[in-house]
Each structure stands twice: as C-alpha cells, then as structure tokens.
Design a protein around this ligand. Sequence first.
Ligand code: GLC
Length: 430
Amino acid sequence: MALATPLGISASDVAALRAAARQTLRANRRRVPLADGRLLHFSCPSPGHYPFQWFWDSAFHAVALAHVEQEAAREELLLLFSAQQDDGFIPHVVFWDRRQLLRSQLYWCWMQSRGFGLPRSSALIQPPVIAAAVERYVQVTGDVDLARQLLPCLDRYFTWLGRVRGSASDGLLTIIAPWESGMDHKPSYDMALGLDTPAPPRQVILEPRMVDIANRAAGYRNALTRRGRFRVVDVLVNAVYVDGLRSLGRLHQLTGPAEAAWDQQAAATERALIARCRGKDGFFYDLDRRTGRQISVRTVGGLCALLLDGLDGEAAAPLLNALADPAAFALPFPAPSVAAGEPAFVPGAQHWRAGPLIWRGPTWINTNWLLIRALRRRGLHLQADSLARASASLVLGAGFREFYHPYSGEGLGARSFGWSTLIVDMLAGV
Ligand code: GLC
C-alpha cells in the first residue's frame, strides 16, 4: 500500500516529483566562469525558450533546489548576487552566454538594456522574491552562514528599490515596463498602455515594444518612474516587496543584530498599498500612476495582497471569497492568472504571429507558491493544502510546463520549465 503524505499525495508521487525536479533543474543547468576565478552554475528557466539567468526564476529555483540539491541552490543565489551593481541594483536578466544573444534574443536584450554593443544584463527589475527565497533556503537547509554572507547584498538591493523605484509620496514601487512584474501581458496592462481591455492580440504584443523603445531612448533613466510612458503600481510587485522587507527583518533577527527599520518600512508600505490599491469591492487592483486610477481587472496579482500581514481577516475576506468562487479563481486547476469572469480571460494558449500572449488566463505554479505562502502565514492550512494538491496534480499530469490550462490541466508554453519545480517546496508544507 502506498503511504500517503499529510497532503494526501502518495509518498511515491512525492518522491517521483522530487526526483523529476532535480533532473529538470540539472538539465537546465549552465556553467559560468566568473572574472574573479570562481566557477558557478545556474539553471536557466527553459533551455529552448529562456537560455539566460532570470531574476525571479532563479530565486524560485533556489527554493526548489534547497530541497533536492543544496549546493546547487547556494550557487544559484551566489551567481545572481554576483550580478549586483555598485548602486545595489540587480538586473532582471543576466546574459551569461552571450552567443545566445546573437542566435535569437538580440532584439529583446538590446531593447531592455542600456549602452551600445552586446549587453551584459538588462536595465529592468522583477518582483523582489529574493528575500523570501533566501529565507526559505535557510529554513530548509539550516545554512545560516549563507544568509550572513548575502544579507548585506539584500540590504543594498532593497535600499535601491526603495530609493529608486519607491515613490516619494507613498513609498510604493513603480514599474516602468510590463516585463518588470514578470507577468508580461497581464490584461490590467492593456489599460495602462492606453488600450481598451481586452485589447486585440496584435496590440497586446506590439504596444509594450513601444514602451521598450521609449525607455531605451530615455536611457532607462530613474526619472522614468515619474515621466515614463508606462507607470504602474503593481499589486504583486508591491506585496512581494512588503513580504521581502519582512523576510529581511527576520533574517537580521536570525543572524543578529536585529534591524527594526525593515519592519517599519514594511508596515508603512503595506498601509499605502491598502489605501491606494484596495477597490470598493475589497479586491486589490493595479494602479495606473499616469491617471492615479485603479485598473479594475481582477488578476492573480490582486490575490497576492493576501501576503500583507497588516491585512486583517475582514479585509482579506473579499480576496479569499474570490479564491473560492468558481466564477472567479476556483477553477478545476486553480488559480488562473485572470479571474474567469473577466472579459479578457482566455484559459488556453493565445498567439499573435510568432509571439505568445501570456498571463491572460492560464495557471502558473509560481503564483500558486506565493498564494500558498500567504495562506499558510494566515493559518489557512486547508486552503493552502488544497492549492498545493491542485498544483501537484498539474505537474504530475503534464510535467514541468511554463503554465497550464485551468479547466483541462493541459501543459502549455515552454517545456522543462524551472520554477514549476516549486512543487517540491509546496509539498514539504510549512
Ligand atoms: C516570461 C515570464 C517571466 C519569466 C520569464 C523567464 O517572460 O513572464 O515572468 O521570468 O519568462 O521564465
């Protein structure tokens, strides 16, 4: 008889998922000889589609690797921080293997970076999950030494975020291109791009490129947060930022001495997020900085406000209701990236010419991981377990894919996709 784990998944399925996760991250592994003589490795998100080191993908890979290959998790984090710049900034993509640039990615890399010649890294950010990832790595492995080594770098990175991307008026981070949230074509951006939603696929693909061209022409200057063509207070980015500030506070406490400033900043930022992004119906909506208005499209990003410790039970209820509502997020394979009732919701794959439209309906494993983290912190273990089981059935059924059909569970997008291995952390529980 197969033994069942606390989540009701058989021990043999859990073992198979762990082995497959390890194998996938190994297959995606790339070696990087650094100028200082160190040789480090990272796992790219997917060898076919994404050959470089992406910021939040790497953070998620480190969380999964902490369970199955600790040394590889350490290297993944060390390599990511090796790309940190003098002012504290960490790019959203580091183009380690520059031969790949010439093969397929030249337009993207060049448009998203500064200067001339072949870029080394992008000039954009991604959601700052890195602090939560380091904290989780330490919880899983007990390797406090690495936390001690990385904490000054994390401090510098979060200081940079607050100083450069945080608004002087409310402290909330502004993103200057859709790619910065990691949720490229999320339909709330249709309106932030000056389009109606749902915008025609052609415009969904082309309009962000106009933003890239304008940002590049402006040299990706910091002032783009005040004057750029695309300026959004993204709920997921800011909720992850607050969560990261709290992780920083706890990591300082762990390694000593404690540092109260991060918690104070978390509390202030979370108050601002609640004041500015909570809609009349209690759901959380991205804010268009150009108009000062909320963009009323319900996406999984809004649900991530559940990460805010300062959101009390009453204020969290509309989000939890939406998560449990079959007309919104409670689909057979939750949680879809867009609520099912939204006009822009498309559950399957969508393309315009060669380009895929992503984050407009399918379910992604990394946002489920964020939601499970939030639910567990709120003590909502039944809901967290149920989302972990749904995520496991997606991966057991379709393998490590980039995203999944929320009605059929079909695997979609890139194959051998790194962060879907987060399932091993979800199954490991609290
Ligand atoms: C896509 C995703 C982004 C991710 C990247 C690499 O652009 O939208 O979040 O980091 O692929 O996997």
